[in-house]
Design a protein around this ligand. Structure first.
Ligand code: PHE
Length: 463
């Protein structure tokens, strides 16, 4: 590595994942989150099912996987936090250190996302408690009344800043605790338990939905039978935006995780595996949720309340509903937590490198910053409900700015960086692919297809 006075090389000794599997678990843990279990089902419901799902799958394959490979390779080559990795590589390639903006925008995006992600993570925590305590089993004799009561639980939670703040704090504390313990003892250990548990819970829930409702075929048809008359231009753009969000792209996360990846692990194979696992979880979540929704004659297109209102209404009327409802929200907590730790990691890695700040202090400091910003999200559901910027409350604004602007923009920068700024020789070496068809395909996609695709979405969202 070139090492002149101007080279921003940190001497911070980084840990590494102990195996390929550890990386795959950690990256899958990051990818699989509220995006899969909460967002994917409700946007699929809103945009009419099958055709939307198909576009989403194409976006994952054509844009998601190549960008994930680009981010992981930048991380492994730079060996540091997103900001420093991009800077070091730009230096090696003899290009402007201004490219580090790609690292900064990612880390900033992660900071903002985590602040509101943690508030929703808090909802998941408190819903475990509601489910255990049988709160969804109200007035089963009168389903209409039950549905009013369950809507009341959700709106009551959102109306209480104290409750929201409490659970946001608990969720953030759990996140900081894991991250502070380090890459191996913290992140790796956590995902080693969380990921297998999550898959088992999910399969159980799909089985439960199939057996108890008898509507698995309807659920599957909704997900897989495309009705192109329902496909709008808007839906295509939402699908692409969600491909970024669900694969944790454009937030520096895959760069940070890539920086802990030992050499001689195939980045292409690992990225494809992670993307497939993430997709399977989203589809399984759909198969667990939609049969239940249809069996009770409920609406799939109710939006963000789908799993916090619609689903509890159904659980409240189902045999063993309290038990499986609890499992569902435990699953949601696991999914959210393994993503939250990945969102905190790029900041912590940067602080450690930057001043040699120790990990515990770095995690506490970054966590405190995120927690503070989260207070704005908390207040946007109650006291500041009327505070609107561009017609959106603060929570929706953060979601819009991050998912629709910052992630695609950073993704675009990363694609251009890997495709145009880095030399062919460097990316080839890092991907450990010689002049093969696979490399050629990746290079063409990352140079042309991805930037054009993302630029279209980006501009559309701005307008
Ligand atoms: N991929 C996560 C999810 O689906 C969210 C996330 C976005 C995590 C960006 C890290 C970075 O919930």
């Amino acid at each position: 590595m070139a090492n002149s006075a101007s080279t921003p090389v940190s001497v911070y000794p980084h840990e590494h994942w102990s195996s390929r599997l550890a990386f795959v678990f950690a990256a899958t843990g990051s990818a699989v989150g509220l995006g899969n279990v909460w967002k994917f089902p409700y946007i699929t419901g809103q945009y009419g099912g099958g055709a939307f799902v198909l576009v989403y799958l194409v976006c994952i394959a054509l844009i998601g996987i190549p960008i994930m490979m680009a981010e992981v390779l930048v991380g492994r080559r730079g060996g540091q936090s997103p900001i420093h990795s991009v800077r070091v590589i730009a230096h090696q390639e003899g290009k402007s250190s201004g490219w580090q903006i790609a690292g900064w925008s990612g880390v900033l995006g992660a900071f903002v996302i985590l602040s509101s992600y943690s508030v929703v993570g808090g909802w998941a925590l408190v819903y475990v408690w509601y489910a255990v305590s049988g709160a969804f089993h109200v007035a089963v004799a009168d389903p209409a009344q039950a549905s009013v009561a369950i809507k009341g639980i959700f709106s009551g939670l959102k109306a209480s800043p104290a409750q929201l703040l409490l659970w946001h704090t608990v969720f953030m504390a759990m996140t900081v605790f894991i991250v502070a313990r380090g890459v191996k003892a913290g992140l790796e250990t956590a995902v080693t338990y969380l990921m297998p548990a999550l898959f088992v819970l999910l399969v159980l829930l799909v089985g439960y939905a199939a057996v108890s409702t008898g509507k698995i075929v309807e659920g599957a048809a909704f997900l897989f039978r495309p009705d192109f008359s329902k496909l709008t231009w808007d839906a295509v753009l939402v699908a692409l935006g969600h491909a970024f969000f669900t694969l944790s792209l454009g937030a520096g996360v895959m760069v940070a995780y890539g920086s802990y990846l030992p050499r001689h692990i195939s980045i292409a194979r690992a990225s494809i595996t992670v993307s497939i696992l993430d997709t399977i979880v989203a589809l399984l979540a759909g198969l667990a949720i939609f049969p239940v929704v249809f069996a009770h004659g409920l609406e799939p297109g109710t939006g963000p309340g789908l799993i916090f209102v619609t689903l509890p209404i159904a659980f409240g009327q189902m045999p063993l509903g309290a038990f499986f409802g609890t499992l569902f929200f435990v699953l949601l907590v696991f999914a959210a937590l393994s993503s939250a730790i990945s969102l905190l990691e790029p900041m912590v890695e940067y602080f450690q490198e930057h001043r040699g700040i120790n990990r515990v202090t770095a995690a506490l400091g970054a966590g405190a910053g995120v927690w503070s910003l989260g207070i704005l999200s908390v207040l946007s559901f109650n006291h500041w409900e009327e505070v609107k910027v561009f017609g959106k409350n603060l929570f929706d604004l953060f979601d819009f700015i991050t998912a629709n602007i910052m992630l695609p923009l950073t993704g675009l920068l990363m694609a251009v960086f890997a495709g145009w700024v880095m030399s062919r020789a460097s990316t080839q070496e890092e991907l450990e692919l010689d002049e093969s068809l696979g490399y050629w395909l990746w290079h063409v996609i990352i140079r042309y297809v991805t930037p054009v695709g993302v630029a279209i979405v980006f501009l559309y969202n701005l307008i």
